[in-house]
Design a protein. Sequence first.
Length: 317
Amino acid sequence: MLVLTRARDETADYVLRELNRRGVPFMRTDVADFPLRTALSAELRPEGSWRGALTGASRALALEGLRAVWWRKPTPFGFPSSMSGPERAFAESQARRAVGGILGSSPEVLWVNRPEAIADCTKPRQLSAAAAAGLTVPETLITNRPGDVAEFAERCGGRVVTKSLGSIRYSGEGKNGRLYTSQVPPHRWNDPRISLTAHLFQREITDKAYEIRVAAVDGRLFPVVIRAPEGPGRLDWRRDIDNLNYTSTTLPTAVEEGIHTLLHSLGLVFATLDIIVDTQNVHYLVDVNANGQWGWIDQTHEPIIHALADLLEKGTR
């Protein structure tokens, strides 16, 4: 088994300690370790498989024995600082095609998840797939036309929010921050800066009762209710992470079936999903994270550790 993640990853550590307890062998490394600390050598066999090894400072992984890859939180390839910009770009493209191509060429290897499936799980893709799977999704507009925002907001009763289409983290000019869900008041509907790039807008669920965080592992669902106190966390619970209340819950059968269909269509064996539940018990799917965090929620911490360990130990599908 191969685990690809950054050097400090407490969430991965939980699962790897369980695999160690079970006596399941694995090699942990980071994409950034190649080529300075990790070596790859592979020879093509006549029948089409690769024979060789990925070798690190203290452990080697035989490619012909690889059964599972956990693509957790790896960081980019690392190259000598003496390389020029064009040299680094060429080396990165070579490394990406070699490492990714060799590891990904065997259909028998289980991936949690394939990097291309993670990359393809964009907000437009996941919301479209969720609706097609029969799940309820808030009315959504993606645009860079300010006039369309005003028209959409009026159809939504004047209550709309905007969200990042990608990561909520940002950095630049010496500053770091997060882009949380935020309300869009009427005076911003026609903001000319909207035209500078694509933006995502959704109808605000004004009668929110609570939210649900669901971890999905190989067909098993682990839902937890998240309740935020009055304040900024009511719109986006990530703003008030220290004051949230968690309780275990179950999902309606139709929602469970929709999630299974959704994840199958996205090619994911693991994901975390965020759901808003209104006072009428309507469940709105608002986000799918193909590599989401789960370790901080006590109610599902241990069950998810064991579910992931079961999946990785089973390996080849």
